[in-house]
Ligand binder design. Structure first.
Ligand code: FAS
Ligand code: PHB
Length: 389
């Protein structure tokens, strides 16, 4: 079998790239380890930057997002029992779109399958060969048979635990990592959101986040120990702890109910440099990870896809290699800014066991500065709605 671009991974990165390439008549094959339903069953991101909204429009998959997504012009930040609002629209002229990653991925799967896109599910034993030559290929097993997919380029969109990053020789890779000493316990409940916008809370008991998917589907998180286990948390225990971490004005509006999903996610910052090797290009979680505090994981995957898609488009349409030759340099310039914002916002909003009294005073001073200074809020807002590509 042969294609122009072999895409490893059928998550949002791989599917968005495949759909954008399809729109420009560039052929790709997506190799996905799991089934479509398994991928759609993972509850992940909830907030889309303006750049990802535009890419969904460019990919022709934005109709349902615009119908069902929620435009948010700001967010609330709670600390010390009080709350203040950061107004994205007034300070940046932009908003964010609240529309779950599950729905983004579903729209992309539907579009690829409607267009007859080639997606191979349940692949195993994926090996990327000859990435540093002009004739790369991908070998894999599917339905018990061995396959060989010849291609011009390979897009490694297979997430943090995939094979693509490890295909780059270790002596050519530099990896940067920070593991946070806590995790996020998240639940999904069929209840009305506590507020029409998100609430990020820094309380003396730890971080909490009130988010949503739609008018009757809420997503809540509380900071938990990295050794914590989801079976240690009954629904009642979760709701009681969430209430302890929110201001009374929010608690008064909170509607609780049974969880329909409950999971703990570890938090880490991670970047692999470079994000390309020969004709292999890493996109999304295959190359970088952020703590979800700043809602940058999915959105930084999208900016990678923007740079790679345009580089490949220029190569095929104009014979211009500059976009693909500079992919890693261009993607990393924005990746590191997203890493910084995610690290800054995580450091601001979480409580660390080893924080000294001085550290706590610094955190409170930073929150007071953000609460009271328009320039500080504008700096947060432009990072939150998404920096330019
Ligand atoms: P993904 O991991 O989504 O997709 C990679 C795909 O590759 C998967 O479908 C996998 O099955 C497949 N794959 C892996 N190895 C393979 C192989 N060898 N062969 C073929 N296929 C292979 N981001 C936010 O912005 N907000 C959040 O709240 C948030 N919460 C998160 C919670 C969790 C538990 C996790 C893990 C991540 C969270 N993220 C969040 C980040 C998340 O949204 C990612 O940024 C996003 O899924 C990145 O998309 P992809 O790069 O496509 O990677
Ligand atoms: C979510 O809705 O899952 C979500 C929203 C904002 C974040 C993280 C997660 O910063």
């Amino acid at each position: 079998m042969r294609t122009q671009v072999a895409i490893i991974g059928g998550g949002p990165s791989g599917l968005l790239l495949s759909q954008l390439l399809h729109i420009r008549g560039i052929d790709s094959v997506v190799l996905e380890r799991k089934t479509r339903d398994y991928v759609l069953g993972r509850i992940r991101a909830g907030v889309l930057e303006r750049g990802l909204v535009s890419l969904m429009e460019e990919a022709g998959v934005a109709d349902r997002m615009h119908r069902e997504g929620l435009r948010h012009d700001g967010t609330l930040i709670a600390h010390g029992g009080d709350m203040f609002r950061v107004d994205f629209a007034r300070t940046t002229g932009h908003s964010v779109m609240v529309y779950g990653q599950t729905e983004v991925t579903r729209d992309l799967y539907d579009a690829r399958e409607a267009a007859g896109g080639q997606i191979v599910y349940n692949v195993e034993d994926v090996v990327i060969e000859g990435a540093d030559t002009d004739t790369p290929f991908v070998s894999y097993t599917a339905d018990g048979k061995s396959h060989r997919l010849a291609c011009d380029f390979v897009a490694g969109c297979d997430g943090f635990h995939g094979v693509s990053r490890k295909t780059i020789p270790q002596d050519l890779r530099q990896e940067f990592e920070k593991v946070y000493p806590f995790g996020w316990l998240g639940i999904l409940s069929e209840t009305p959101p506590v507020n029409h916008e998100l609430i990020y809370a820094n309380s003396e008991r730890g971080f909490a986040l009130c988010s949503m998917r739609n008018a009757n589907l809420s997503r809540y998180y509380i900071q938990c120990a990295m050794t914590d286990r989801v079976e240690n948390w009954s629904d009642d225990a979760f709701w009681d702890e969430l209430k302890r971490r929110l201001p009374q004005a929010a608690v008064a509006e909170l509607q609780t109910g049974p969880s329909i999903e409950k999971s703990i996610a570890p938090l880490r910052s991670f970047v692999c440099e470079p994000m390309q090797w020969g004709r292999l290009f890493l996109c999304g979680d295959a190359a970088h990870i952020v703590p979800p505090t700043g809602a940058k994981g999915l959105n930084t995957a999208a900016s990678d896809v923007h740079y790679l898609y345009n580089g490949l488009r220029q190569f095929y349409e104009e014979g211009d290699r500059s976009g693909i030759d500079r992919y890693s340099e261009r993607a990393l310039a924005r990746v590191w800014k997203a890493e910084r914002f995610s690290w800054w916002f995580s450091s601001l909003m979480h409580r660390y066991r080893d924080q000294s009294e001085f550290d706590l005073r610094m955190q409170r001073a930073e929150l007071d500065f953000l609460a009271s200074d328009a320039a500080a809020q504008a700096a947060m807002a432009i990072n939150y709605v998404g920096l330019d590509y």
